[in-house]
Design a protein around this ligand. Structure first.
Ligand code: F6P
Length: 353
């Protein structure tokens, strides 16, 4: 029989298993002060939302009335799925009566959602996309939630949330939850990027990797090439370049979080450029591209619209869209070089006219 005194669990394994998200936030901030406690509690609530959404997704195909469309359109004119509505409400309900967050702004709501009872103490705003890539939901492929936390500036007495119309460097924290074979939460508080995996037996997100660094270059380019003839010539030039050179491979799932996760872990570039008809692109700044840019920059990568850093873009409205070129620094710079080249050529043609 084994003598219990002989069982030795290596300390590093036990320590890792005990590193929950809320503990990690406090370690990151190196503080137990009220602000650190608030941020830790906010991250804990986001994790709770992730667990609830993950649970529902894992059984969605067995339940009645969970998959498919509601028949409504959201503020962006996109058809709303039942899971979009559910996930949006999950985020609202986990923050109600939390004393943590005064406003929530999401892809699914035209205006921010105010929680007045939280406002006297909870001076934070949560921006989020509750289910990103929801086209994948009905066929049991990966989807994600994206989030950012900002401090509320001013009293917002007119309820217009104008203080949210500032650049992405104002984000205090950002991250995403990936609902894949396992559920992962990736976040940054501006001190590196860290990943957690939901351990279903514990019901906790447990630290899996700290200080993730994106490779300087990777083989993957990830974009919807079905838009090739709608793109500007510069993006077509780049695409022709990767077609004609060895060492590149295309990967695209149609769900941003999964595609970005691949790039974050293995390097490469994700592009959702503007088109001639829609120069602003498809993805929304405040709760899609800015949080992802914050993460990727923290991991040592780069995120631009093609001509401007995403984190410098100041939106003029809540649901503003931006083109996105994001990933390994070398690969993003390659795309930018094709854009600059076209700008130079267009300028010299105009000067010669
Ligand atoms: O933002 C919505 C979204 O579903 C992203 O998750 C994804 O990257 C993109 O749109 C896919 O768009 P498309 O179907 O045009 O390639």
């Amino acid at each position: 029989m084994t003598n219990p005194e002989q069982i030795v669990v290596p300390e590093h394994i036990l320590d890792r298993d005990c590193t929950t998200l809320s503990r990690h936030v406090l370690q990151q901030l190196q503080s137990f002060g009220p602000e650190a406690q608030d941020l830790s509690a906010i991250m804990n609530r986001i994790a709770l939302a992730g667990k609830l959404i993950s649970r529902r997704l894992s059984r969605a195909g067995l339940m009645v009335g969970v998959l498919g469309f509601t028949g409504e359109e959201n503020v962006q004119g996109e058809s709303v799925k039942k899971m979009d509505v559910y996930a949006n409400e999950v985020f609202i309900s986990v923050f109600k009566q939390s004393g943590l967050v005064c406003r929530l702004a999401s892809e699914e709501m035209e205006k921010p959602y105010y929680i007045p009872e939280n406002c006297p103490i909870g001076r934070y705003t949560l921006l989020y996309d509750p289910i990103d890539g929801s086209a994948n939901v009905d066929i049991n492929l990966n989807v994600g939630s994206i989030f950012a936390i900002r401090q509320q500036e001013g009293d917002d007495l007119d309820g217009e949330a104008k203080d949210l119309l500032t650049n992405g460097r104002k984000q205090i924290a950002a991250g995403y939850i990936l609902y894949g074979p396992s559920t992962m939460l990736i976040y940054s508080l501006g001190h590196g990027v860290h990943s957690f995996i939901l351990d279903p037996s514990l019901g906790e997100f447990i630290l899996s990797e700290e200080n993730i660094k994106i490779p300087g270059h990777g083989p993957v380019y990830s974009t919807n090439e079905g838009n090739f003839w709608q793109w500007y010539e510069a993006i077509r030039d780049y695409t022709r370049y990767v077609h004609r050179h060895d060492g590149y491979t295309a990967r695209y799932s149609g769900a941003l979080v999964g595609d970005i996760h691949r790039i974050l872990m293995q390097g490469g570039v994700f592009l959702y450029p503007g088109t001639v008809k829609k120069p602003e692109g498809k993805l929304r700044l405040l709760y899609e591209t800015a949080p992802l840019a914050f993460l990727v920059e923290q991991a040592g990568g780069r995120a631009t619209t093609g001509t401007e850093e995403i984190l410098d873009v100041i939106p003029s409205k809540l649901h503003q869209r931006t083109p996105l070129v994001i990933g390994s620094t070398e690969d993003v710079k390659l795309v930018e070089s094709f854009i600059q080249d076209r700008i130079r050529r267009d300028n010299s043609t105009m000067n010669n006219c």
